[in-house]
Design a protein around this ligand. Structure first.
Ligand SMILES: Cc1cc2nc3c(=O)[nH]c(=O)nc-3n(C[C@H](O)[C@H](O)[C@H](O)COP(=O)(O)OP(=O)(O)OC[C@H]3O[C@@H](n4cnc5c(N)ncnc54)[C@H](O)[C@@H]3O)c2cc1C
Length: 387
């Protein structure tokens, strides 16, 4: 077992205290009203919790992925679940493409305000016709004077309207002219409120306090100093930063699962039917015990991946496996939490239905379980590539 340092134990205890001061009623209300949790966002910002992995010279704490995973799990385990942790995800854990490929000046301009909680940045990768095949994106960035003019369509952009800036992935060389399909993609930072960007909220299953949008980009001009990394190499820049996102989402899924498990166990101890607590029935207790076991295994894989990442070692397999195991465990446990509550689990006021809706997301984004299996089949088992 990987031991936590004294500093990590204190950090976890402090973030827990702050996050738990926003109770289940706060989240239930905002989820119903589909409103962004600004009070929660401000409390974390004022508490100095943003920029966990952003270097100190850019306003962050310069901590590692193990620290980030500990904080992510704790936040998701607090009553907010994914509604809470995913509202502050980019502020807390940074924007890896800029951290890794941005210039010193770009980091000061784009990362520092995020670490200091002045504003948020959205990320615009997904397109309606490209899905998980990012090489098929059609959003174009064409040279125009001392900058680029961007036109295209994006979808599922989280917090776009709540953010000040947006990282846009666009083709600087069309697919049929590119040397190979992974070339000719570039990364840009733009103002999210530019009039050339239109956005419509997507009605969604869950995570109602963190909206996602369908977005049109119509002739958006971006100065050349907002190009991140090397023109045409954006796909590789993205590939190189996937692991931290997978690790932090996996940690969040473990936290969400633990929240559902805690709620279910409390209910199973208290609810008396047929003259005994329902938790005395193995039909109720075994699935919860199994869920607890799965969550613990997923957490160990999260720590394993995060430790490798912090040591600068390859961790693609472990990050993918952690995300896979954590998403499965969170979904299964939140499903069992509803079953434990019986009819009461179907009621909004008991929160477990919200956790189950939220848990569904981790099976799809930021990468689906199927795409992880593709990765493991190809890279671990040396089986032929499927796509
Ligand atoms: C709530 C939410 C928030 C999001 N936030 C953002 C954001 O802020 N920014 C952003 O850019 N994106 C965001 N996304 C997008 C997300 O990261 C996924 O990339 C996107 O949903 C995948 O595209 P798609 O739905 O078109 O799936 P598709 O690519 O159409 O895939 C559909 C299904 O087919 C499966 N599939 C496809 N190809 C294969 C294959 N070769 N083998 C096996 N299975 C396959 C997939 O696993 C999936 O189950 C968000 C998504 C959601 C739901």
């Amino acid at each position: 077992m990987i031991e936590q340092s004294e500093q990590q134990r204190m950090m976890v205890s402090e973030i827990r205290k702050l996050a738990e001061s926003f109770d289940a009623a706060y989240w239930r209300d905002l989820d119903r009203k589909q409103e962004f949790p600004w009070a929660f966002y401000r409390a974390l910002s004022e508490g100095g919790w943003f920029g966990i992995t952003i270097p100190e010279e850019y306003g962050g704490h310069g901590l590692g992925m193990v620290d980030a995973a500990l904080v992510a799990r704790e936040l998701a385990r607090s009553p907010g679940g994914f509604n809470g942790v995913m509202s502050v995800h980019t502020n807390m854990f940074g924007l890896e493409p800029i951290m890794k490929y941005g210039t010193h000046e770009q980091k000061l301009r784009f990362l520092k305000p995020i670490a200091e909680g002045q504003h948020m940045m959205a990320v615009a990768i997904t397109e309606p016709d490209a899905g998980f095949d990012t090489t098929k994106i059609r959003t174009r960035a064409v040279r125009d004077g001392k900058g680029y003019r961007i036109t295209g369509r994006k979808t599922w952009l989280s917090r776009l309207r709540e953010s000040k800036t947006v990282l846009i992935v666009a083709r600087t060389t069309p697919l049929d002219e590119a040397e190979k399909k992974t070339k000719g993609i570039s990364l840009f930072v733009a103002n999210a409120d530019d009039p050339a960007i239109s956005a419509t909220r997507i009605p969604a299953l869950g995570r109602h306090t963190v909206p996602s949008y369908d977005v049109g980009i119509d002739g958006l001009w971006v100065p050349e100093e907002n190009l991140i990394g090397t023109e045409g190499e954006g796909f590789y820049h993205l590939l190189n930063v996937l692991n931290p996102e997978r690790i932090s989402v996996a940690a969040e899924a473990v936290g969400l699962g633990q929240l559902a498990l805690d709620r279910a166990c409390r209910y199973a101890r208290e609810r008396v039917i047929f003259d005994r607590p329902i938790g005395a029935n193995q039909a109720i207790s075994f699935p919860l015990a199994e869920g607890c076991t799965r969550l613990e295994a997923a957490w160990l894989m999260v720590l394993h991946a995060a430790t490798l990442y912090d040591a600068g070692q390859p961790c693609g397999t472990q990050s993918n496996m952690a995300k896979y195991l954590a998403a499965e465990a969170a979904y299964e446990v939140s499903h069992r939490a509803i079953q434990t509550f019986g009819g009461h689990g179907y009621a909004v006021d008991n929160d477990v239905e919200r956790l189950w809706r939220e848990s569904r997301l981790a099976l799809i984004a930021p990468i689906s379980q199927e795409m992880i299996m593709n990765y493991v089949a190809e890279h671990v088992l040396d089986l032929p590539r499927s796509h």
